[in-house]
Design a protein around this ligand. Structure first.
Ligand SMILES: NC(=O)c1ccc[n+]([C@@H]2O[C@H](COP(=O)([O-])OP(=O)(O)OC[C@H]3O[C@@H](n4cnc5c(N)ncnc54)[C@H](OP(=O)(O)O)[C@@H]3O)[C@@H](O)[C@H]2O)c1
Length: 331
């Protein structure tokens, strides 16, 4: 994989008014990438723009809703008009809605797919004609560890992320040999404002499945993928490579933990009444990279990793013993 020089490249970043999108835009700008940033909240985008300009970067604000085809086309057109090119599409915009699957309003389920899955596809289809014409380009999708796993209370979000990851894998194969790359970042729980504006069916504020990392972790992975296109990046060990490994070899451990504690782990002792949040309309809360949920301290992450490794080891040992008993029984 050749390492690309990002200086002077043009990136269109969706979902840039908060969280991972905001932080990734800042980090890309530091590498000399010229930005076109989009989301629904124009004032938030202008704040990001001011920060980028102060640091000597370039940033065009092009607000829009990823569920509206005309907005998507207008944003891509504005980017190409302004810079004369577009090199990287960073798909980030997403929403989630907390609730038991059968109690979620149907509109929440379809809206989650409209933003998280069809939003990514709409932007990809809008930039692909430019990329094909030039014979180069990069579609960089911010995915989730839930693109490959499951969690209670987030069925529609998780399903949309699985779908988006499946779509990205197909796209990568279709684009082989065209000069257009597809990358994915499997983001762990990060302390963004997502949990301050996500709707919930409960009366307690939502929080990410711990451990929670700094949004910077995701932004660094985005920059790494931008430099070395065509990879699926897993930025962390504990809520990353270890979990993927466990899901493959000792899936019973994760299922037991998430089945018993998954719902409770996603609620804070903070009362809220937020049936719709920012799902259909943007809300003023939650601008910038960080939200009100703090990242998990490093020592707690270390302890959790040790505990998980011990549990996985125990489960593997148990499985080995079980297999030996089975062999004895059938002899
Ligand atoms: N936070 C986590 O723990 C976590 C974990 C794994 C993966 N991720 C992934 O990371 C990405 C960013 O999430 P985040 O945590 O940064 O969340 P966030 O802070 O809530 O950011 C979501 C962004 O999407 C935009 N957006 C939402 N609906 C939109 C719409 N209809 N049209 C245009 N923009 C829309 C929001 O801006 P406006 O409201 O201004 O439109 C906002 O900029 C997502 O793909 C998410 O799945 C996050």
């Amino acid at each position: 994989m050749a390492r690309e020089n990002l200086q002077g490249k043009v990136a269109l970043v969706t979902g840039a008014s908060s969280g991972v999108g905001w932080q990734s835009a800042l980090r890309l700008a530091e590498q000399g990438v010229r930005l076109c940033v989009t989301a629904r909240r124009v004032e938030a985008l202008e704040k990001l723009q001011a920060q980028v300009l102060r640091a000597g970067g370039e940033c065009l604000v092009a607000p829009g809703d990823v569920t509206v085809q005309a907005d998507v086309e207008r944003v891509v057109h504005a980017c190409v008009e302004h810079y004369g090119r577009i090199d990287i599409l960073v798909n980030v915009a997403a929403v989630q809605s907390y609730g038991f699957f059968d109690q979620l309003p149907w509109e929440h389920i379809t809206r989650t797919f409209e933003v998280n899955c069809f939003g990514y596809m709409r932007f990809a289809r809008a930039v692909l004609p430019y990329f094909r014409q030039r014979g180069s380009g990069h579609i960089l999708n911010v995915q989730s560890m839930l693109s490959k796993g499951g969690a209670p209370l987030l069925a529609s979000y998780t399903a949309s992320k699985h779908a988006t990851f499946g779509w990205a894998q197909c796209l990568e194969l279709e684009l082989r040999g065209t000069g257009i790359d597809v990358s994915n970042v499997l983001v762990p729980s990060v302390a963004t404002p997502m949990f301050d504006h996500a709707p919930t069916q409960f009366h307690l504020a939502p929080m990410p499945v711990p451990p929670t990392y700094e949004p910077e972790v995701a932004a660094r992975a985005v920059v790494k993928c931008a430099r070395r296109p065509g990879q699926t990046a897993v930025p962390v060990f504990l809520q990353g490579r270890l979990i993927l490994w466990m899901n493959q070899f000792v899936p019973q451990v994760g299922k037991w933990l998430m089945g018993h504690f998954g719902a409770r782990l996603q609620m804070r002792e903070k009362p809220v009444d937020r049936p719709e949040g920012s799902l259909f309309h943007p809300v003023p809360q939650g601008v910038g990279p960080r939200g009100s949920v703090p990242p998990t301290p490093r020592w707690k992450r270390f302890t959790a990793a040790a505990g998980l490794v011990a549990l996985a080891g125990g489960a593997l040992g148990g499985a080995a013993l079980g297999a030996r008993e089975l062999v004895r029984a059938v002899r």
